[in-house]
Design a protein. Structure first.
Length: 417
C-alpha cells in the first residue's frame, strides 16, 4: 500500500497540478505500471526539465511504501517585445506573452499584439485543461487582424477580421482526447482591380467591399504517447482535425487535416523522427475555398530549402503572374536523425539534426502527381531559449523545378524540429 506521496522542486507549480497527473493516491494499492505512466504524464506537461521518482519502504512495516517525486522546473512562458525595420514592411512593433503554466495553475494564457504598415494583429487566449474533475477543458479567446497587402504589393487585397472563439474538450483515454471549438468572425475584404482578375469569384466588384461573417466549427482528435514534452526520444503524437463553415456563414468550405509524428531511439544519443501531414480543403454548396484558407508550402514548417509559402500552383494573370496562389491539397513528410550536443556545456536544451523533407501543394485533389513533389535535405540546429525556440538550418533542394524560389539558410524563432 502507498503510505505517502511527496513532491519537491516545484517552487512555482502548484502541488495539485502535479498530483492530478499521478494515477495513484495515498492509501491505494501500489502499481508499478501506473507509477511509470504517471512519470510520463508529468513529463508531458512540459513544466519540468527533469522528473525523478523514488520508492522506499516504510520502516517497521512490510506492506507500506513512500513515493517521492523530485522535480526540476523549466521555463514555461515567453515574453517578447521589439521593434524591427524592413524595406518592404517598414517599422514593426510587437509585444507578446505566452504562458502555459499561468501562475503555476497549469492554465494557458496567451496575449499578443503586433503592428506594421501592412499587418496589425491582436489576440487573447485562455485555456483551463482541468475545467472539471473528469479532466474536461475549456478555452476562450478574442482576436483581430488587419492585412493590408496594398502596402506591400500594388496588385493585392485587404482583409479586416475580428472575432471570438470558444472551445471545450473531453478525454477519451489517458493519452487521447477530443476537442471542439466554435469560431465566429466578421471579415471585410477589398481587392484591387488586378487581383480580381485572378480571383473573380471571390473578390467584390471593382471598388466595392464585401462584408462577410464566418461561423466555423472545429472538431479535433489528438493522442500522444511521447515520453516528454520537449526533445522526446520515444513515442508518437497524432491528430485528426476537421473544421467546417456552418450553413449560417457567408462561406461554404471545410478542411480536413491529419498529422503524425513518431520518435524512436536509435541508441543512447540518436533519435529517429518521422513526420507526415495531409491537408484537404474543399468548398460545398456551389462555393469555392476562400483563397486565404488554401494551403501553402515552403519554409521551416514544411519543406526547408524553398522560400516561405512559395510552392504550389501560381497565378497566371498580369501582375500576379508567378506568385503562389495556394492549393486545396497539401502533402508533407520528412525524416530526421536528432542528436544532443553533449560537447557543449549546459546544452540540455540544444539539438542538432540531419533531415530530409518532401511534399507538394496541389490546386485540386485531382491535380496530384508525383512529378510535382519537391524534396530537400540539410542540417538544423534547435535551442529552447528563455524567449522561445530558436532554429537555424541549412538546406539543399534535391528535387526542384527551374522556376522554384530556393533558400540555403534560414533563422527562425518559434519553431523546433
Amino acid at each position: 500500500y502507498i503510505n505517502r506521496i511527496t513532491i519537491t522542486g516545484n517552487t512555482r507549480t502548484q502541488d495539485g497540478v502535479i498530483r492530478r497527473e499521478i494515477g495513484l493516491s495515498e492509501g491505494s494499492l501500489y502499481s508499478n505500471s501506473e507509477l511509470n505512466e504517471s512519470v510520463k504524464k508529468i513529463r508531458r506537461l512540459g513544466f519540468f526539465s527533469d522528473v525523478k521518482m523514488n520508492v522506499s519502504k516504510l520502516k517497521n512495516t512490510t506492506d507500506k511504501i513512500n513515493i517521492h517525486f523530485d522535480l526540476a522546473e523549466t521555463k514555461t512562458g515567453q515574453m517578447s517585445i521589439g521593434v524591427t525595420q524592413s524595406n518592404s514592411a517598414g517599422t514593426s512593433f510587437n509585444f507578446g506573452i505566452q504562458e502555459k503554466n499561468f501562475l503555476g495553475t497549469g492554465n494557458t494564457l496567451n496575449v499578443s499584439f503586433s503592428s506594421s504598415k501592412a499587418v496589425t494583429t491582436g489576440s487573447f487566449y485562455f485555456e483551463d485543461p482541468y475545467f472539471t474533475d473528469d479532466k474536461s477543458s475549456i478555452s476562450y479567446g478574442v482576436f483581430s487582424k488587419t492585412l493590408d497587402g496594398l502596402e506591400l504589393v500594388s496588385n493585392a487585397y485587404k482583409i479586416d477580421e475580428s472575432g471570438v472563439t470558444l472551445g471545450y474538450g473531453i478525454p477519451l483515454t489517458e493519452t487521447t482526447r477530443v476537442n471542439s471549438k466554435l469560431r465566429v468572425s466578421k471579415r471585410d475584404l477589398t481587392c484591387t482591380d488586378t487581383f480580381k482578375l485572378d480571383e473573380p469569384e471571390q473578390c467584390p466588384a471593382i471598388g466595392n467591399e464585401i462584408n462577410e461573417t464566418d461561423v466555423n466549427l472545429n472538431l479535433n482528435w489528438s493522442g500522444s504517447t511521447l515520453n516528454q514534452a520537449y526533445n522526446p526520444t520515444e513515442g508518437s503524437k497524432n491528430s485528426l482535425d476537421f473544421s467546417v463553415s456552418l450553413p449560417m456563414s457567408d462561406y461554404r468550405f471545410y478542411k480536413l487535416n491529419a498529422s503524425h509524428k513518431k520518435y524512436q531511439a536509435i541508441n543512447k544519443n540518436l533519435t529517429l523522427k518521422i513526420r507526415g501531414n495531409v491537408g484537404l480543403a474543399q468548398g460545398y454548396g456551389g462555393k469555392e475555398v476562400p483563397f486565404f484558407e488554401r494551403y501553402y508550402g515552403g519554409g521551416s514548417s514544411s519543406i526547408r530549402g524553398f522560400k516561405f509559402n512559395s510552392l504550389g500552383p501560381t497565378y497566371s494573370n498580369l501582375g500576379q503572374s508567378g506568385n503562389a496562389k495556394g492549393g486545396e491539397l497539401s502533402i508533407l513528410t520528412g525524416a530526421s536523425i536528432i542528436s544532443p550536443m553533449k560537447f557543449i556545456k549546459d546544452s540540455d536544451n540544444m539539438r542538432m539534426s540531419a533531415f530530409i523533407d518532401a511534399g507538394g501543394i496541389y490546386d485540386k485533389t485531382s491535380s496530384f502527381t508525383f512529378d510535382e513533389l519537391r524534396m530537400s535535405t540539410g542540417v538544423a540546429f534547435s535551442w529552447l531559449t528563455p524567449i522561445g525556440p530558436l532554429g537555424i538550418y541549412a538546406a539543399k533542394p534535391l528535387i526542384k523545378k527551374s522556376n522554384d524560389e530556393t533558400t540555403t539558410f534560414e533563422f527562425t524563432i518559434g519553431s523546433t524540429f
